[in-house]
Design a protein around this ligand. Structure first.
Ligand code: PLP
Length: 397
């Protein structure tokens, strides 16, 4: 039985082209005459070869963003990019200008939400959480009210696309408002990268986080776009890498792989998202029709093309996921980061899902390897699996 992998929001497989691009940068003894494994800060040939790969990768990423290469800060993952953006901008703005308030939303990934709470609890910032509607979306009006004249706000952070419910925010409009008031605007684009435009001028963002393993690149590498002139205090301190904005020897193979993956996704983005959107709509339509008690979470119209998410009444996600796994289907209850912990999702709570449905989250996230045959198999198996699971559950006392 071949695997039907429907957990691309958790991570994606490395594309073979990406692996091929990375390979020379690992180096090996039998390749010594053509080695690129040097430290890119070294002066010798192996270092210069690594540096050339690093520069090319940075240029490729900058091109996709419509940015200049020195506005790209290479990091170790999406979480690091989020941490660095919030801490870096908030601390610098407070030190330079005295701004002491952070604005974000209750549906952010914990990499943003817990960082904002940490800045509140350990660094004395004020924290404003914007209200979200039943689809997890923030309105420009609510942001306007929270900002006021913006004079006390250090940074605003609103995620581009939600990992649990797939909703896509109007980042361009929210960013335009921040820009009018001169307040730096960060977006967590970890789920959006490779699927939506990352044109930083169109999005009106000053900072944007991404992570390679969500778009067929390697794990453990990411980037932070930082608009020129944005106040920033570095999060990792040590060497002068990344123009003093992030210390640490570069993960050259990882960075080359990330750039290759991003460029491939960007080139194929429109056609691939149109294809996946059709598969997604088939999953949503059929699941709502054939699974009693299923509810779509997130937006119907403003939604990632590869993302279908539901709550299913009177079931426990874990049981469904194990049964799906036994049937050769890899899915998730919501975010991979919270699925191992038995506590309700903060996103589902924030969008007002009734308490009796919180245990039954199901996320099916599509990618490159999925086709309509796989989706029809899923749709045949899912209602039966849920039915059997319900029958096996103990009756309420
Ligand atoms: N932000 C969002 C929206 C995510 O979905 C994730 C990972 O699931 C992260 C940040 C963290 O990214 P990483 O796994 O690269 O640390």
């Amino acid at each position: 039985m071949s695997l039907i992998y429907l957990d691309h929001s958790a991570t994606t497989p490395l594309r073979p082209e990406v692996f091929a691009a990375m390979e020379p940068y690992f180096g090996s003894t039998d390749q010594e005459s053509n080695s690129k494994y040097g430290n890119p800060s070294s002066i010798h040939g192996a270092g210069r070869a690594a540096h050339a790969g690093l520069s090319e990768a940075r240029n490729t990423i900058a091109d996709v963003l419509g940015a200049s290469p020195n506005e790209v800060v290479l990091t170790g993952c999406g979480s690091e990019s989020d941490n660095a953006a919030l801490r870096g901008i908030a601390l610098a703005r407070r030190q330079q200008f005295g701004m002491n308030r952070i604005i974000t939303t209750p549906v952010e990934h914990h990499a943003v939400l817990y960082t904002a709470e940490d800045l509140r609890d350990f660094f004395g910032f004020e924290l404003t959480l914007l209200p979200v509607d039943g689809e997890g979306l923030v309105s420009v009006e609510e942001l306007g009210q929270a900002l006021g004249d913006g004079s006390d706000v250090a940074v605003v952070s609103v995620m581009y696309a939600n990992n649990e419910v797939g909703s896509v925010q109007d980042i361009g409009e929210l960013g335009a408002l921040c820009r009018e008031l001169g307040v730096p605007f960060h977006t967590d684009a970890v789920q959006a990268a490779g699927k939506l435009s990352l044109d930083v001028d169109g999005l009106n963002v000053d900072a944007l986080s991404a992570s390679a393993h969500k778009f067929y690149g390697p794990k453990g590498v990411g980037f932070l776009y930082l608009r020129r002139g944005t106040p920033f205090h570095p999060f990792l301190i040590g060497g002068s890498h990344e123009n003093g904005r992030r210390a640490g020897t570069h993960n050259v193979p990882g960075i080359v792989g990330m750039a290759t993956a991003l460029a491939l996704c960007e080139a194929e983005r429109e056609a691939e998202m149109a294809r996946l959107g059709q598969l997604r709509d088939r999953i949503i339509g059929c699941t709502l029709e054939s699974v009693p008690g299923a509810r779509l979470t997130g937006s119907i119209t403003k939604r990632l093309a590869n993302h279908a998410s539901f709550t299913i009444r009177d079931v426990e996600a874990e049981g469904i996921l194990i049964a799906l796994d036994l049937a050769g289907i890899a899915a998730s209850s919501g975010s991979a980061c919270t699925s191992a912990r038995q506590r309700p999702s903060h996103v589902l709570e924030a969008i007002g899902i009734p308490v009796e449905e919180l245990a039954g989250g199901l996320r099916l996230s599509l990618g490159y390897s999925n086709d309509i045959e796989q989706i029809e198999l899923l749709l045949q198996r899912l209602p039966k699996i849920i039915d059997r699971h319900r029958q096996s559950m103990p009756a309420p006392l």
